[in-house]
Ligand binder design. Structure first.
Ligand code: ZN
Length: 246
């Protein structure tokens, strides 16, 4: 009988407790824009993170036991070690720099992954990811290509959900051959009507409310997912504080 209880306690410690602990841990969802050195001057600077800094940040995640998830794997967040979501908004061509970093850092234990939110009507433009880029990125297994609408309007001020929400989803799915289930709201702007429209086509709505995600079980909480900016000026110490929730 005593042996049986000891065994039960061991199983409890191995299986049940870590899962409970990870369920309570707030989840960081990070947002990047451009992944390149900033060559201009002015207020756009903070939207650029150099590939060197990005590599240091991803190396930190690898060496501190994080699991990089995309929204298709949302349900795994309570099972994996230190879940985190890396996202890029606007679909800039320089996001291709992430692929090289991810390949370099891949190990049997660490599989990098990120979500790229593209503006579907901009995919042919010179400084944006092309349909060929997007198809290749999706096929690489490192990237999930999701929607940032068709033309990047303030969704609280447009009526054209058909084009911005539905057509955008369909166009990206045609390009990648994979489901589009998440939308990031341009400018982080949303209201109840936007959320209701988003629910018709997507399982997740992503904001720029600057905090970690803590599950509360509230209605529609998957349509109000918060995100924290990683900026040009973010130091590695600050990055560590963000992702560790300190
Ligand atoms: Zn945007």
């Amino acid at each position: 009988m005593k042996k049986y209880i000891v065994l039960l306690v061991c199983f409890g410690l191995l299986g049940f407790l870590p899962r409970e602990a990870s369920a309570e841990r707030p989840i960081p969802i990070l947002v990047y824009h451009s992944l390149a050195a900033y060559k201009g001057s002015g207020p756009g600077r903070e939207l650029f993170v150099t590939p060197e800094n990005f590599e240091k940040q991803m190396t930190y995640l690898r060496d501190h036991g994080f699991t990089l998830l995309t929204f298709e794997r949302w349900h795994e967040r309570e099972k994996v070690s230190k879940p985190i979501f890396i996202t890029f908004d606007d679909g800039y061509k320089n996001n291709l720099n992430a692929a090289a970093v991810f390949q370099k850092l891949t190990t049997p234990q660490f599989k990098p992954a990120a979500t790229i939110f593209v503006i579907s009507d901009f995919t042919g433009r010179p400084n944006r990811l092309s349909p060929v880029d997007l198809h290749r990125m999706a096929a690489s297994g490192y990237f999930s290509i999701q929607s940032h609408t068709a033309t990047h309007p303030d969704l609280t001020k447009t009526e054209d959900y058909r084009h911005e929400l539905r057509d955008s989803k369909e166009k990206i799915e045609t390009i990648t051959g994979k489901p589009v289930i998440a939308l990031s709201y341009p400018y982080g702007n949303f209201d109840k009507k936007v959320v209701a429209g988003t629910k018709k086509y997507y399982r997740f709505g992503i904001t720029t409310t600057p905090e970690l995600f803590t599950e509360k079980g509230s209605k529609d909480e998957h349509y109000y997912l918060p995100r924290i900016y990683v900026k040009n000026s973010t130091t590695l110490d600050e990055f560590a504080e963000i992702v560790e929730g300190r």
